[in-house]
Ligand binder design. Sequence first.
Ligand SMILES: Cc1cc2nc3c(=O)[nH]c(=O)nc-3n(C[C@H](O)[C@H](O)[C@H](O)COP(=O)(O)OP(=O)(O)OC[C@H]3O[C@@H](n4cnc5c(N)ncnc54)[C@H](O)[C@@H]3O)c2cc1C
Length: 313
Amino acid sequence: MALYTTDLLILGSGPAGYTAGIYAVRAGIDTMIVSGNQEGGQLTMTSSIENFPGFEEISGYELMDKMKQQAVKLGVKCVNDHIVEVDFSNRPFVCSSQNGHSYKAKAVIVATGSSARWLGLPSEEKFLGYGVSCCATCDGFFYRGRTVVIVGGGNSAVCEALYLATLANKVILVHRRHQLRADKILQDRLFNNQKIVVEWDSVVEEVLGEEELSKKVTGIKIRNVETDEIKTLDADGVFIAVGHQPNTDIFKGNLVLDAKGYVVTNGDGATTDVEGVFAAGDVKNPKYKQAVISAGSGAMAAMDAIEFLETNR
Ligand SMILES: Cc1cc2nc3c(=O)[nH]c(=O)nc-3n(C[C@H](O)[C@H](O)[C@H](O)COP(=O)(O)OP(=O)(O)OC[C@H]3O[C@@H](n4cnc5c(N)ncnc54)[C@H](O)[C@@H]3O)c2cc1C
């Protein structure tokens, strides 16, 4: 059990965390990143990224490894650990980890991201990044002229279905109820779109695919919850849109969170209700969940933290 002290502690090693680290260390700030249990963050779950400027195509793992190497080369200390408790009541702030270590810091950047909710099927996990995705903005482009399935019935699912219909030939929306939860105006657009069909009262039983030649999705098996009828549908991609969960459980009672659990900051900025604690990336952003936006948000948080540390040395 060790006690680590640093000027700036960054919680999370996604695009927001590493970018914050790069900016802070280049300003001469003693900076440490605690990676969390998912080193590299959500992008490590995807095999191909085409929308991060500077990289025509790169795997999520490789992009995140490059960010880490850049941060380490500049002098950021990166620790593999996961924070389980924080005390932001006094400065220096104290964060305690699952390995029994304590981290003391004059300032903290929370960049713990969010986690997509999944269906929990073994076949879904098997084809994650190979046809199964939770992000139409990220991966829709790969399905131009193809058939895709989208699972869900809320605003996100309907918006993603409408977006996918601009690219794909056919979009099959699978919803477990007989009514959508999405706003009426979105539902109208969905029902008027000739490319979109809805499979009502249906749940996904299995994602179907092949692994021998190249690993890819070939369809889904759905079950009608009213009749128990099983149907197999051909599809090239499956998008799961059943919600996201910000990784903020440990901040409850320490930081102001919104109704969905996202960290509340001052508008577009990075300051939280606790002076010296900043937030960046998906953890504070329920809408624009993209790597480039998280990276920009990490830079902003670092700039706010640098200013804070300069006036509170
Ligand atoms: C399958 C998939 C494909 C995607 N494809 C693209 C794409 O092509 N282009 C794109 O721009 N975006 C894409 N995204 C979205 C993108 O991954 C996210 O917007 C981005 O990763 C958010 O970055 P972040 O740094 O805010 O958080 P995250 O990447 O979520 O990282 C959060 C970090 O916090 C850490 N952490 C969590 N809890 C703790 C804790 N208690 N203590 C310490 N650390 C903690 C985690 O270990 C992780 O390192 C995709 C997302 C998914 C899931």
